[in-house]
Design a protein around this ligand. Structure first.
Ligand code: ZN
Length: 294
């Protein structure tokens, strides 16, 4: 599930390639992809790209006439940049967006078709797609603290809830919580000032470092290996491997179709969090479906 660092690098690479270019065509390969009726594909054809931006985890390609193409990659959606007119890959291909400079291919490596495309017109229609979470990188400590304390969630949920904060998902929340030395299941509403400051600093440093790392890895190329399980991550996807901070084995909490990872030594005072007791404790708070973490 691409998160803020991955999406930022996608946007930077897209911007260089498509701003100023007209959308010559959109070739839809999956009948499930397009979730809106008006404006139509024909309405955006021939329109020039004026901006590339992000709302929560959605990529927004702004066009002339206040038109927007909104791509939500969800968990398995990815983008590729190919030469103009490239074929949509048979099995994984969802759509192709044709420009004179090349073709943007939208794929999804999953049988569950969760990724989406929405075509909207007007800023109001675009804002209706905004879950409202705040961009952590733009928040001062007091602003971050107020938003966190207003949440009745656990830290894991607060960080990943797009109504609270924007752009953070399962992978980077694991990395942030390790760096802050905080349990994923602490309550956001009662977090002490010192811990809030650690969490704020960890959000900024983890997201910034990872954006820089992924940007450097991509170089001038369109990112090819976008994954939630990057080998350089400290705890996410590292179950049973040594925590880079203390050397103790990384733990996991399994849920839905995914898992969250933490270090008991660094984050929970050495306590292991049992899956079953957690699910009781968090019945109404922990998302039942992986979509709810998007
Ligand atoms: Zn540790």
């Amino acid at each position: 599930m691409p998160e803020l660092p991955d999406l930022t690098v996608y946007l930077e690479q897209l911007e260089r390639r498509i701003v100023g270019q007209a959308v010559d065509d959109i070739r839809l390969a999956s009948p499930f992809l397009l979730r809106t009726v008006t404006p139509s594909v024909a309405d955006v054809q021939g329109k020039r790209v004026v901006s590339c931006s992000r709302i929560a985890k959605q990529l927004v390609i702004g066009l002339e006439d206040d038109l927007y193409m909104v791509l939500h990659l969800m968990i398995s959606g990815r983008l590729q940049w190919r030469k103009a007119g490239a074929k949509v890959p048979a099995r994984l291909g969802l759509a192709a967006f044709d420009f004179a400079s090349g073709t943007l291919i939208f794929t999804e490596a999953s049988k569950k078709k969760r990724a989406s495309l929405r075509l909207v017109q007007g800023v109001e229609a675009l804002q209706a797609l905004n879950p409202g979470g705040l961009e952590v990188l733009g928040l001062s400590l007091p602003e971050f603290s107020a938003q966190l304390h207003a949440s009745n969630h656990t830290l894991k949920r607060a960080l990943t809830d797009q109504h609270v904060f924007a752009g953070i998902g399962n992978a980077y929340s694991d990395e942030i919580l390790l760096r802050a030395g905080l349990s994923p299941f602490k309550r956001a509403s009662v977090l002490k000032d010192d811990d809030v400051a650690s969490l704020h600093a960890a959000c900024i440093s983890v997201l910034t470092e990872w954006t820089e790392r992924l940007r450097a890895e991509a170089g001038d190329e369109f990112p090819k290996k976008v994954t939630a399980f990057h080998e350089a991550m400290a705890v996410h996807g590292k179950y049973r491997q040594p925590c880079p901070q203390c050397g103790k084995p990384v733990q996991r909490i399994a849920y839905a179709e995914n898992e969250s990872n933490y270090c008991a030594q660094c984050q929970t005072g050495g306590r292991m969090l049992a899956d079953r007791s957690l699910s009781r404790l968090l019945k109404d708070n922990w998302p039942k479906r992986i979509e709810d973490l998007e």
